[in-house]
Design a protein around this ligand. Structure first.
Ligand code: SF4
Ligand code: SF4
Length: 366
């Protein structure tokens, strides 16, 4: 019988060593981090959080240390730190490993447990959209398919209708499940991976999505060649979009921009429909961050308020979004302020413009 007590200084096996060792503590990431901007506290920066992860891995901080719990949840998971890191630290992957360990059992926020339960099985996801008028077609044996999303089909069913109006070749079976991004970003990356693989089987061929966060997660599991975000597909398919004359800004999806490197395509599309206005913080998180707005509403509002000030000062008519979380966050924030600016999904904007051209042409022909 082995009576040797556990060595607290031995690696705990929580993190992949090559990921954790890569940080050289240079601090280049600090100015890019929205939570560090709020607090100016090292612990709320990417470098500070990696130091905490190392302490956890080395056993010098126990699992139930309050700073570990606080910082694992205060981080938005926006991955802005990755884009400026000279050492190629994959912070998003580290955060997933951290939360897989940190957010076990009752330490996982209750709202996260409820949300992941709601989308954990296909029939529950189907029920979410049962009374909503989202796009619905028969499955196609080869694709391409439109991903309906889990909460997107319930909250913004018009987005999938707009996507199908633009790309009628996409099939959109209502029986499809969730992609697993919510699980992967919230302490259950194994289930997140399983759900992505299951969705890949349910939707053979190329999957087009209207959610930047889902696109990045799906691509990380199924491979980049199976997944297209809708602005990529639309820029690849020449489509006549009329000039609307509107001034339009964009809120990037963090994971689409920082994870998949897709940021030119939505700007190009907007530039074909109206006057594109670049917000100074377009590439910075709006505070939605998946479940963050529900887990940490006060911090989420702090991040959002600065963004809304910027949008209103830009004098735009619309702020376009490419992710349902950002849609909800900006739409609610602008309405609360009674702003004249409207949040709109890029697919809706393009479908509206496309429909205007089509009806004008039909009228001219008669
Ligand atoms: S994460 Fe990258 S940028 Fe930040 S301190 Fe570490 S090496 Fe430097
Ligand atoms: S993911 Fe975003 S909030 Fe978290 S450490 Fe990186 S930049 Fe900061």
């Amino acid at each position: 019988m082995n009576t040797t007590p556990p060595d607290p200084s031995a690696p705990q096996g929580i993190f992949t060593p090559e990921l954790l060792d890569r940080c050289i503590s240079c601090g280049f990431c600090l100015p890019a981090c929205p939570t560090y901007a709020l607090t100016k506290d090292e612990a709320s920066s990417p470098r500070g959080r990696i130091t905490l992860m190392r302490a956890l891995e080395e056993g010098t901080l126990p699992d139930n240390d309050l700073r570990l719990q606080e910082e694992s949840s205060f981080c938005l998971g926006c991955r802005a730190c990755e884009t400026v890191c000279p050492a190629g630290v994959e912070y998003g992957a580290l955060l997933e490993e951290w939360r897989d360990h940190q957010w076990q059992g009752s330490r996982r926020p209750l709202v996260v447990r409820l949300l992941t339960f709601a989308v954990n099985a296909r029939p529950r996801v189907w029920l979410l959209g049962l009374f909503r008028r989202h796009a619905r077609t028969r499955p196609s044996p080869e694709g391409p398919h439109l991903m309906l999303g889990c909460f997107e089909r319930a909250l913004y069913p018009k987005v999938s209708r707009a996507a199908r109006a633009l790309l009628p070749e996409l099939s959109a079976p209502a029986s499809q499940g969730c992609c697993g991004a919510l699980h992967a970003h919230n302490g259950d990356s194994a289930r997140g991976r399983e759900l992505a693989l299951e969705l890949g089987e349910q939707l053979p061929g190329v999957i087009v999505t209207t959610s930047g966060g889902c696109a990045a997660h799906l691509a990380s599991v199924l491979g980049r060649d199976r997944v297209r975000e809708i602005s990529e597909t639309l820029t690849e398919t020449p489509r006549e979009l009329p000039w609307t004359g509107a001034r339009i800004a964009l809120q990037d999806s963090c994971h689409l921009r920082n994870g998949l490197g897709v940021w030119r395509e939505p700007r190009e599309l907007i530039g074909r429909m109206g006057e594109y206005v670049e917000l100074p913080s377009a590439g910075s998180c709006c505070g939605a961050a998946g479940s963050y707005a529900m887990v940490r509403p006060k911090d989420s509002r702090k991040v959002l308020d600065a963004k809304l000030d910027e949008i209103e000062a830009a004098g735009v008519d619309y702020v376009a979004v490419v992710n349902p979380g950002c849609y909800r966050q900006l739409d609610q924030g602008l309405r609360r302020r009674k702003s004249r600016v409207r949040a709109v999904h890029l697919a809706e904007l393009a479908a509206g413009a496309y429909e205007t051209t089509r009806s004008a042409r039909t009228q001219a022909e008669h």
